[in-house]
Design a protein around this ligand. Structure first.
Ligand SMILES: [Zn+2]
Length: 117
């Protein structure tokens, strides 16, 4: 039965092609993820170096770094404000003395005893 033999051969060829294609896609997805991980780890290394450099030179920044240093200060300030807003939304606030998170309605800090208005 040449017809069925050919059909089976064609089907298995198509099946193999589909399997090859699926493996190709899986390999590509895996390699892309591997690449992204490497890129992220590289960025993390740069970030750590940058943070150490920032901390060791923030008192006397170079002209080239000044703009980024100012932006870092602005971002740190924004983060602090957003964190406070998040605490407020959760019914909490930071103690103005020790900075620990306490109930927004508290009359004093449970941690350091500071009396609040
Ligand atoms: Zn406190």
């Amino acid at each position: 039965m040449a017809f069925f033999d050919d059909l089976q051969k064609n089907l298995s060829a198509a099946g193999k092609q589909a399997a090859d294609k699926a493996k190709e896609v899986a390999d590509l997805t895996m390699k892309t993820a591997e690449l992204r991980r490497e890129e992220q780890e590289l960025k993390d290394c740069y970030a750590r170096i940058g943070q150490r450099l920032y901390e060791s030179t923030k008192e006397v920044p170079s002209e080239a770094d000044l703009d980024d240093f100012n932006q870092i200060e602005a971002h740190l300030n924004n983060i602090k404000n957003i964190e406070e807003e998040i605490q407020q939304l959760k019914g909490k606030k930071p103690c103005p003395n020790c900075g620990k998170t306490i109930d927004a309605e508290s009359k004093f800090c449970n941690y350091c005893g500071t009396v609040l208005e």
